[in-house]
Design a binder for this molecule. Structure first.
Ligand code: STR
Length: 511
């Protein structure tokens, strides 16, 4: 133990010297670095970040003292925090390539076998290749296709049946929503689905929660990697969960390899396998260069799976939580549904245009509770600038989406939940009233699943609200709206009663 401590101390000293040396100074000529929080060797600005507030709120409130663009030291890393949309768009769009890098962290490396995925991998030819591949596979099976609409509708129907079976009893909808969303992604990736109580699905619930609770949260091990040498509960949980997930992914890959004939492509995994085979048969060095190894394939599917499930499930939970707080919004959505879709048929994707109030409600939830309040940090790949400020190569750039979505200069009463702000005067057109709105990020790292997510949110909600009303449970407890910070902003557990609407009871149609 003493040897360990001495080692840690030595390491800390080395890091201290290194971090002090790396700290950009204002004194070099004319360079104009962003204002910086005070920092000390080794610990960086940690003393100024100790707060009861979660990071997105703390970074938002620090603007009062340091302005909308400021910097701080996370251990030995120079980090720039961006809090307004002009700067955010300069980073993501105008200088997208310059800021397309990703930092390596202990937790994300564990999750992605040293960044062999898409979301956490640095900008490189291999990354570009994988992203393009997934993009075309997604558009082949997902997004605007009829196939995906069918899959989502099937899951929406199954979700409605489950809700009926609870017969007005309070329930925690989280696992049911997650199963519906998982089944969409599962159909897309593996051409399979889970029934209620499937042990494989139960294990997925377990590992996914463990990963979301521990990965990429700017936890201490991510700031001070040398802390790994000490026992760490979160890190062991993450390792256990990643192992469970990897076994599952490995099993799917094995099954697919055995069944794959090289011709028929049934799902996304087949599409990736086909691309792998064709680059290998090409006799070129591409597969070595771009790295279409089994590891890459597994991690890429892991990303799509994790991103596809956690994000959409979370947004659905947020929407239901808000509908419980604002029953008048729920009523208005249902009036719109009754008028435009009626009770004689199920909602379809082409109804999106005629249901602007539902669309506006989804947009407002994505504004007020962004899925990923700090996005995933970017890294400057070369010396650059944001606005009038100099940004050195390797600086980490954090886009505080929370600040953009709650900017008082851009939004009237940003804390107030008000879907109407996304509608025009006639109430029938959805548009963002401010450019300070990027729920899916922007630029070359923009969310790959945006179109799929929008389809799912629309179809699941229209199906459910056509026949059920959400009510608080007997005790009348309303869900917490603060959420818990993590790689996605999580909703705290709550129970809800899904009551079959009276109009529906009178006029049942077969599902
Ligand atoms: C969720 C849990 C899991 O099992 C796997 C992943 C990997 C991809 C992650 C995902 C996570 C959380 C949401 C992320 C996504 C990549 C893009 C997405 C971070 C950790 C967002 O940027 C919101």
């Amino acid at each position: 133990m003493i040897a360990l401590l001495a080692g840690a101390l030595l390491l800390a000293l080395a890091v201290a010297l290194f971090s002090f040396w790396k700290l950009p100074r204002r004194s070099h000529g004319k360079v104009n670095y962003p204002r910086s929080l005070p920092s000390l060797p080794v610990i960086g600005s940690l003393l100024h970040l100790g707060s009861h507030l979660p990071p997105h709120l703390l970074f938002c409130s620090l603007q009062k003292k340091y302005g909308s663009l400021y910097s701080l030291m996370m251990g030995s890393h120079y980090v720039v925090i961006v809090n307004n949309h002009e700067h955010a768009k300069e980073v993501l769009l105008k200088k997208g390539k310059t800021f397309a890098g990703r930092p390596r962290t202990v937790t994300s490396d564990l999750l992605t076998r040293d960044a062999k995925d898409i979301a956490f991998a640095n900008y490189s030819p291999s990354w570009k290749f994988h992203r393009k591949l997934v993009h075309s596979a997604l558009s082949m099976f997902g997004e605007g296709t009829i196939a995906i609409e069918k899959i989502i509708s099937r899951e929406a129907a199954s979700l409605c049946r489950t809700l009926s079976s609870f017969q007005d009893n309070p329930l925690d909808m989280a696992p049911e929503l997650m199963r519906a969303v998982t089944n969409v992604v599962c159909s897309l990736c593996f051409n399979t689905r889970y029934s209620r109580g499937d042990p494989e699905f139960e294990s997925m619930l377990y590992y996914s929660k463990g990963i979301v609770d521990t990965v990429a949260k700017d936890s201490l091990v991510d700031i001070f990697p040398w802390l790994q040498i000490f026992p760490n509960k979160d890190l062991s949980l993450l390792k256990r969960c990643v192992e469970v997930r990897d076994n599952l992914l490995q099993k799917k890959l094995k099954e697919h390899k055995e069944a794959f004939c090289g011709e028929t492509v049934n799902d996304l995994m087949d599409a990736l396998l086909k691309a792998k085979l064709s680059t290998e048969n090409n006799n070129s060095n591409i597969s070595k260069e771009v790295g279409l190894s089994d590891d890459h394939l597994l991690m890429t599917v892991g990303d799509i799976f994790g991103a596809g499930v956690e994000t959409t499930t979370t947004v659905l939970k947020w929407i239901i939580a808000y509908l419980l707080h604002y029953p008048e919004v729920q009523r208005k959505i249902q009036e719109e549904l009754d008028m435009k879709v009626g009770l004689g048929r199920h909602p379809v994707i082409s109804d999106r245009r005629s249901l602007p109030y539902l669309e506006a409600t989804i947009s407002e939830v994505l504004r007020i509770r962004p899925v990923s309040p700090l996005l995933i940090p970017h890294v400057a790949l070369r010396d650059s600038s944001i606005g009038e400020y100099t940004i050195p190569k390797e600086a980490r750039v954090v886009i505080n989406l929370w600040s953009l979505h709650h900017d008082e200069k851009e939004w009237a009463d940003p804390e107030v939940f008000n879907p109407d702000r996304f509608l025009d005067e006639d109430g029938n057109h959805v548009h963002s009233p401010s450019p300070s709105y990027l729920p899916f990020g922007a630029g070359i790292r923009v969310c790959l699943g945006k179109a799929l997510a929008e389809m799912e949110l629309f179809l699941f909600l229209s199906w459910i609200l056509q026949r059920f009303s959400f009510e608080t449970t007997e005790e009348g407890a309303l869900p917490d709206l603060e959420g818990e910070f993590g790689v996605v902003l999580q909703v705290k557990k709550f129970k809800v009663t899904a009551r079959l609407r009276e109009v529906w009871e009178q006029m049942e149609i077969s599902t």
